[in-house]
Design a protein around this ligand. Structure first.
Ligand code: CAA
Length: 304
């Protein structure tokens, strides 16, 4: 059951040709209602497209809608958006706990945890339920998109669309092209990203793509520096902010990204590039084992 109004308007069948000609994406599905799924849903709704967020449980599905509403209300209170803009954005947001409710989506963004088996299972399910013309994408940070494409009967209609955290603020989106993706799929992904008001860059399907392949060796080295006793984490953060004009130091950024996600990203990078400075540092693993996952669990390198 989908929670929201007016979805019946979109229970239409659209041909692949029409969709690609007009770049007409009316209904976007998002699988996963974590920080990224919820942030991407807000971006999509504000860009004027209907969005259905599929969560694992009804309760978390409703919590996602409330989180988007709260984020928009925050912008309203700062006069960044009007009441009308907030109401219009919210009228585009639907939530569900059933993957079948994504059947009529034109584009789906999988935004579940960074675990290849979980993502492949979701792609198998999505491939069965969505219409033939639907393009399936993943918001993975590092995992091989080709492995998800191969789990489906539509590998030509699968690519990566990687938003950055916080999705509402960060302008960049990486569009990842596995060798199986068609030109039409990449053109559609480009058009979608532009409609979202984001800057798209195109990248080959190699672990870490552009940003994480360059960012995570730096983040891991910052932990190594802390472990070596070179400086305190506060001073390392202060140094990188003041010395490089970065908006956040490495430890604050690790906490924002999520320490469990950071371990997954480093493991994927290590398994592809085999460089020793990509092996997740012991301190990072220890924090994850203790359930300290960063901002989302209120404890990470820092307490929140
Ligand atoms: N979610 C949504 N909005 C947020 C936010 C969050 N987590 N944190 C801050 N904001 C908003 C604030 O509400 C504020 O909005 P308004 O201007 O409309 O009022 C705006 O961002 C600025 O916030 P602040 O003034 O409080 O703080 P700031 O100036 O320090 O900015 C920041 C916060 C945008 C997070 C900034 O510190 C920043 O850009 N940090 C770097 C983030 C980054 O590098 N992200 C990439 C991570 S890597 C990744 O995502 C890849 C991956 O695959 C893991």
């Amino acid at each position: 059951m989908i929670f929201g109004i007016g979805l019946a308007n979109h229970l239409y069948t659209s041909t692949v040709a029409r969709m690609i000609q007009t770049r007409d994406i009316k209904l976007v599905g998002i699988v996963g209602s974590g920080i990224m799924g919820s942030g991407i849903a807000e971006v999509v709704s504000r860009a004027g497209m209907d969005v259905v967020v599929c969560s694992r449980a009804e309760q978390t599905a409703h919590a996602t809608r409330s989180a988007i509403e709260k984020s928009l209300a925050n912008k309203l209170s700062k006069a960044k958006i009007s009441q009308e803009q907030m109401d219009t954005a919210m009228s585009h947001v639907y939530v569900t706990s059933k993957i079948e409710d994504l059947a009529n989506c034109d584009l789906v963004i999988e935004s579940a945890i960074e675990d290849l088996t979980t993502k492949q299972r979701l792609f198998v399910e999505l491939d069965k339920v969505v219409k033939l013309s639907c393009v399936l994408t993943t918001n993975t940070s590092t995992l091989p998109v080709i492995e998800m494409a191969r789990s489906t009967n539509r590998p030509d209609k699968v690519c990566g669309i990687h938003f950055f955290n916080p999705a509402v603020i960060m302008p960049l989106v990486e569009i990842i092209r596995p060798i199986t993706a068609s030109d039409e799929t990449i053109a559609l992904a480009n058009a979608f990203v532009a409609t979202c008001g984001k800057d798209g860059v195109q990248v080959a399907d190699r672990a870490g793509f552009i940003v994480n392949a360059l960012l995570f060796p730096y983040l891991n080295n910052a932990i190594a520096m802390l472990e070596a006793g070179t400086a305190s984490m506060e001073d390392i953060d202060t140094a990188m902010k003041g010395g490089c004009n970065f908006p956040m130091g490495p430890f604050a950024l690790l906490d924002l990204v999520g320490l469990d996600t950071s371990v997954s990203i480093l493991e994927a990078l290590y398994s592809e590039f085999k460089s020793s400075n990509l092996e997740p540092r012991p301190t990072l693993r220890k924090l994850v084992e203790q359930g300290k996952l960063g901002r989302k669990s209120k404890q990470g390198f820092y307490n929140y």
